[in-house]
Design a protein around this ligand. Structure first.
Ligand SMILES: Cc1cc2nc3c(=O)[nH]c(=O)nc-3n(C[C@H](O)[C@H](O)[C@H](O)COP(=O)(O)O)c2cc1C
Length: 197
């Protein structure tokens, strides 16, 4: 189940500024052989984003990696009606970087990294910034996705781009749940077609 074969159609050119470096050249060769390897990274406190992450993994065959906080969020931590709840305090502090407790993962062999999260106060939770600070996503294709109570994903994608990851960050997807038909469409729009299930 860890093997991944994704078809990259012609519209999915993720090569950035090809300068002839051997890394990029070998990556293009790999994509041309339709053997791009993908990883679904997600953070989820109440299960909504996890369900979408699992769906994307099932559709694409991508590996799954859950970002778990060293200090798991309690219901009280997530009570955004309380100005002093942990989540609100973190979101009020742009420099907050909650520690990741899940085992480190070697992402160097992945070409495509899906990153999923709930929207918190209009953007991604700070622990996603921790992930972005920790891992080198340069020259990878990044596919952001989220769940939310109604807010869109675009601000979080702008915030991600502002981190200058040197990655090819695609338009994000806000999914209502794992049955959202938009998931297939989004994968297709980005040239990521399921090869086998
Ligand atoms: C601290 C906090 C802030 C939130 N802020 C927003 C928001 O700005 N807009 C929105 O639509 N939903 C917001 N939500 C709702 C979550 O995005 C939504 O419930 C999400 O699906 C939870 O995902 P999860 O089950 O994967 O944790 C917020 C939730 C929390 C806990």
């Amino acid at each position: 189940m860890f093997a991944l074969l994704l078809c990259f159609t012609a519209c999915a050119n993720n090569s950035k500024e090809t300068d002839g470096s051997s890394d990029i050249a070998s990556k293009e060769t790999e994509l041309n052989k339709s053997e791009a390897k993908a990883l679904v990274v997600y953070f989820s406190c109440t299960g909504n984003t996890k369900a979408v992450a699992q769906k994307i993994s099932k559709l694409t065959g991508a590996d799954l990696y859950e970002i778990i906080s060293t200090d798991p969020y309690t219901d009280e931590d997530l009570n955004y009606n309380n100005d002093n709840c942990r989540a609100n305090k973190e979101m009020n502090d742009p420099d907050a970087r909650p520690a990741i407790g899940s085992n480190a993962i070697d992402i160097s062999n992945y070409d495509i990294v899906f990153i999923g999260y709930p929207i918190w106060w209009g953007t991604m939770p700070r622990i996603i910034n921790t992930f972005l600070d920790t891992y080198d996503l340069s020259d990878k294709t990044v596919m952001p996705f989220c769940t939310s109570g109604g807010s869109g994903i675009s601000k979080s994608v702008s915030d991600m781009k502002a981190q200058e990851l040197d990655a090819d960050i695609r338009d994000g997807l806000r999914a209502n749940g794992s049955s959202d038909s938009g998931i297939n469409e989004w994968l297709s729009d980005n040239g990521l077609m399921q090869k086998e299930n």
